[in-house]
Design a protein around this ligand. Structure first.
Ligand code: HQG
Length: 183
């Protein structure tokens, strides 16, 4: 069981590595990496002293593997989900035949009108499993499950990426590739 403290620290890590590193005076490079020692120094200066071993545990135990260390451990970044501009350097990959996107029923009219958009994120996020998509969608309200014809999308020129933690990413999903599954 994770204690509340660990969860709060992990959420704060998301905030600084994905959205606003300046909150604690941290700088990320263009690929989203922070120096591990700088991160620890910034956390301490902002009243959140964290030992390296604690940071390593947060990264290792994160339920969605949201963060990665570089191979030498000197740098750390979020695997996806940024709102600030970063170039993760992901390579285009062939997606599975179908992917899933969970959303809220109140968004469906707009989604079937204009397609799935990336909103404040870099990409539209898609899942290989309906179970994961259901969790993602339920965060927004009453769940609606969408199936994405990823194979046809790719065949028609859409590019897909897979983040280091297994989330499928693409720029936009036009409505013609979407099928709403029965609740
Ligand atoms: C919806 C979490 C109206 C979209 C999860 C979604 C994921 C539209 C919401 C990751 C729309 C955006 C991403 C349109 C899309 N009209 N609504 N045209 N197009 N939407 O949170 O996919 O915990 O930015 O369906 O696990 O829910 O952060 O995206 O409901 O991987 O690691 O607009 O966030 O990961 O919401 O979640 P979000 P998401 P983390």
């Amino acid at each position: 069981m994770k204690d509340q403290n660990t969860t709060a620290r992990s959420k704060f890590l998301s905030l600084v590595l994905r959205h606003s590193p300046e909150t604690i005076g941290l700088k990320l490079d263009e690929a989203g990496w922070a120096r591990t020692d700088e991160l620890l120094a910034c956390l301490a200066r902002s009243g959140r002293p964290t030992r390296l071993e604690e940071l390593q545990r947060i990264v290792a135990d994160n339920n969605k593997q949201r963060y990665s260390f570089s191979a030498d451990g000197k740098r750390i970044r979020a695997n996806q989900g940024h709102s600030i501009k970063v170039e993760l350097g992901l390579e285009a990959r062939r997606p599975p035949a179908v992917l899933y996107h969970g959303t809220a029923t109140r968004f469906l009219d707009a989604i079937f009108h204009e397609g799935l958009n990336r909103q404040s994120r870099h990409h539209v996020h898609l899942s290989e499993s309906q179970a994961v998509a259901a969790q993602v969608g339920s965060r927004h309200g009453k769940l609606a499950m969408l199936q994405v014809d990823a194979e046809r999308m790719q065949g028609e020129g859409h590019v897909f990426y897979r983040s280091d933690n297994g989330v499928w990413l693409t720029d936009v999903v036009p409505a013609r590739y979407l099928l709403k599954l029965a609740p």
